[in-house]
Each structure stands twice: as structure tokens, then as C-alpha cells.
Design a protein around this ligand. Structure first.
Ligand code: GTP
Ligand code: MG
Length: 208
């Protein structure tokens, strides 16, 4: 897949504001500051389509980006940021839970974890939560440019063991700075996204 077109559609909190065209969706979740918005920007090859910040807690709503006029990337607020108040945390949690539980067109969740660090309790909970809802999860290890080559295997194993990944979970090492992992992620998307045009063709076929 080549991403030729990426358009910010809307920020939404309530279910009532989520897109209702039900194109496939791919969600990006992970701790605050792990690099979710930067990763989206790398994939779409734009500097600031998704807003990034060195201060954690930048993204505060579900943000829908329409990709190749065929599917959505959904950027969500990060978890595990101590400075966010309890009530805001609870609102984020509910918002994401509601979205994940009921969204039939959610085809893949990218769970981003920092390649350098052992996943936190929050990461483990998020992983278990996604698996509980039978979602297709891919682990994206971020900021690989900050890890020495000699440390990579150790870092990989720490993440796999701490999250207790299933053998069929995909694991991709990425760097938004160095554009590592870019092709692998796009190939994966090719395999899971159903293009609406194809669906329309199929429907026509069925009618004939
Ligand atoms: P929230 O919206 O707060 O949840 O954060 P986020 O996960 O969207 O993180 P964001 O993309 O805003 O990035 C956080 C910080 O990490 C920024 O200072 C980025 O420049 C930096 N960053 C993101 N990806 C990489 C990477 O691959 N390598 C390096 N070295 N820095 C990165
Ligand atoms: Mg963000």
C-alpha cells in the first residue's frame, strides 16, 4: 500500500460523533508520549497531520484520519500519564472502552510500547483488555533509534515476555525518526483493510 491521501476528519469524544460511514478503522493506542501521533505522521508521510508534543497528554480525543479515502486511522489519548486528573483519566478510559467494545469496523489495533523499556502495568492491562475483546493486535515497538543494535534482541524479548504475547501476535520494531518498520506496517495494512471500492464491486456481483 502507498498512502497517497490522508485527511483529518474530526475529533470526537461521544459515540454520536464517530464516523458513521463504517469504513475500516485502525486504532493506535499506548502510553502518553510513546509516539502514537508521530507514528501516524510517519505512515502518512506528513510532519504534523496528527499533533505531537514532547509533553505527554497532547492527544485528548479520538481523532479520525481518513486514509486513501478508504479507511480510518484513529489516534487516541495515551494512558499512564500521572499529571492527568483522575476524572479526565476516567473519561478517557470510558471513551476508549466504549469505542473498542462496540466498533465492528475496528480491524486492527496497534498497541505502541517504547522499545527501550519494560512494558508497564498499564501496558499489560491494555494488552489484556484488547485480547479480551478478541481484537487483532499488533505490537509496535517505538523509538528504536534510541536502542543500540546490541540491545535489540534483549529489548524484544523483554516486551514479548512481559506482555505474554500470543505466538500469532505480530511485533514490529519502528522508529518514526528513522522511518524504520514503515514498509512492514503498510504491508500489514494491505492484508487487513477491505477497500470500499472492492466491496461495492462485490455487491454488484451479487446482484447479477
Ligand atoms: P500523547 O498524545 O501525549 O499520548 O503522545 P503520543 O504517543 O502521541 O506521542 P507523540 O507522537 O506526541 O511523541 C512524543 C515525543 O516522542 C515527541 O517529542 C516525539 O518527537 C518523540 N518521538 C516520537 N517518535 C519517536 C521516534 O521514533 N524516535 C525518537 N527519538 N523520538 C520520537
Ligand atoms: Mg498523541
Amino acid at each position: 500500500m502507498i498512502i497517497k491521501d490522508a485527511e483529518f476528519i474530526k475529533s470526537a469524544v461521544d459515540e454520536a460523533s464517530w464516523p458513521i460511514d463504517y469504513y475500516d478503522e485502525v486504532m493506535f493506542c499506548g502510553r502518553s508520549n510513546v509516539g502514537k501521533s508521530s507514528f501516524i505522521n510517519m505512515l502518512v508521510n506528513r510532519k504534523n497531520l496528527a499533533r505531537t508534543s514532547s509533553n505527554p497528554g497532547k492527544t485528548q480525543t479520538l481523532n479520525f484520519f481518513f486514509i486513501n479515502k478508504s479507511f480510518y486511522f484513529v489516534d487516541v489519548p495515551g494512558y499512564g500519564f500521572a499529571k492527568v486528573s483522575k476524572s479526565v483519566k476516567a473519561t478517557f478510559g470510558k471513551m476508549i472502552e466504549k469505542y473498542v467494545k462496540g466498533r465492528k469496523n475496528l480491524k486492527m489495533v496497534f498497541l505502541l510500547v517504547d522499545f527501550r523499556h519494560k512494558p508497564t502495568e498499564d501496558d499489560i492491562l491494555m494488552y489484556e483488555f484488547l485480547k479480551y475483546y478478541n481484537l487483532n493486535v499488533t505490537i509496535i515497538a517505538t523509538k528504536s533509534d534510541k536502542v543500540k543494535n546490541s540491545e535489540r534482541t534483549k529489548c524484544k524479548n523483554t516486551i514479548k515476555e512481559t506482555l505474554k504475547l500470543d505466538s500469532n501476535d505480530k511485533f514490529i520494531v519502528t522508529s518514526s525518526e528513522k522511518r524504520e518498520g514503515f514498509t512492514e506496517v503498510l504491508t500489514l495494512l494491505d492484508n487487513i483493510i477491505e477497500y470500499k471500492e472492492e466491496l461495492i464491486l462485490d455487491e454488484n456481483d451479487n446482484n447479477n
